[in-house]
Design a protein around this ligand. Structure first.
Ligand code: 13P
Length: 254
């Protein structure tokens, strides 16, 4: 049976001391057998968090962005997928809406970053989702399919079997406006239908996370949906107690 993946995106939060403390608290949690945990600290804190969790198999560490798709080179201020792998990451977020919208990352860049991540043996967590305007216009599924297709077309089916997808409606991120479980399920199911046009096994095996104002009060309903295989948690992952509760809720679902 597929395990839930419960991932915490810490975004640009925390200090060396506070993230060390948070990681120490997480290291003491007993994750349920059907839950894999992952955390995405800021680049600067990856090494320290990794040191805290070094003998703890429950947690994988990821980066919030593959800053540049090149391997190495004269690119002042950038960080490559190879360097992330070398620093102990096993996952990387690609195309978080904050990267797409605030930093203007387009489909071509995101496809290149996905390829770089895969070449460095990182699992890309490809984030997709619509804005509130796109939802109101009713064409949100088309938008999401286009976001996925743009990457699929470049990386190909064998590579796409190695990615994780996170559906994060932009209107639900950091707003407290969580998608209703049925709304999220509708999109997750449509993503599977879209993937089925390429391959049934790709569709069935894809791990699809939900993200956007996910917390311990709405997790149960969301995780009970048949096509939701975990969560990408922002604000609520900054408290070990709250994040631990979300993991425990996933643990109760068969
Ligand atoms: P919130 O859980 O704070 O809404 O953030 C979600 C998110 O963007 C995770 O990547």
């Amino acid at each position: 049976m597929r395990k839930f993946l419960i991932a915490g995106n810490w975004k640009m939060n925390g200090t060396k001391a506070s993230t060390h403390q948070l990681a120490s608290e997480l290291s003491k949690l007993d994750l349920p057998a059907n839950v894999n945990g992952a955390i995405f600290p800021a680049f600067l804190h990856i090494k320290d968090v990794q040191n805290v969790l070094v003998n703890n198999d429950s947690w994988q560490i990821g980066a919030q962005n593959c800053a540049h798709q090149a391997d190495f080179g004269a690119l002042t201020g950038e960080i490559s997928a190879n360097q992330l792998r070398d620093a102990g990451c096993s996952l990387v977020l690609v195309g978080h809406s904050e990267r797409r919208i605030i930093f203007g990352e387009d489909d071509a860049v995101l496809a290149a970053k996905t390829l770089a991540a895969l070449a460095a043996n990182l699992t890309p967590v490809i984030c997709v989702g619509e804005t509130s305007e796109q939802r109101l216009n009713g064409n949100y599924q088309q938008i999401i399919n286009d976001q996925l297709r743009a990457i699929f077309d470049v990386v190909g089916i064998d590579n796409f079997r190695k990615v994780v997808i996170a559906y994060e409606p932009v209107w639900a991120i950091g707003t407290g406006l969580v998608a209703a479980a049925e709304q999220a399920q509708e999109v997750h199911s449509a993503i599977r239908k879209f993937l089925e046009t390429y391959s049934e096994s790709l569709s069935v095996n894809m791990q699809i996370l939900y993200g956007g104002s996910l917390n311990s009060t709405n997790a149960n309903e969301l995780f009970n949906m048949p096509d939701i295989n975990g969560g990408l948690v922002g604000g609520a992952s900054l408290s070990a107690k709250e994040f631990g509760s979300i993991c425990a809720i996933a643990g109760e679902i068969n």
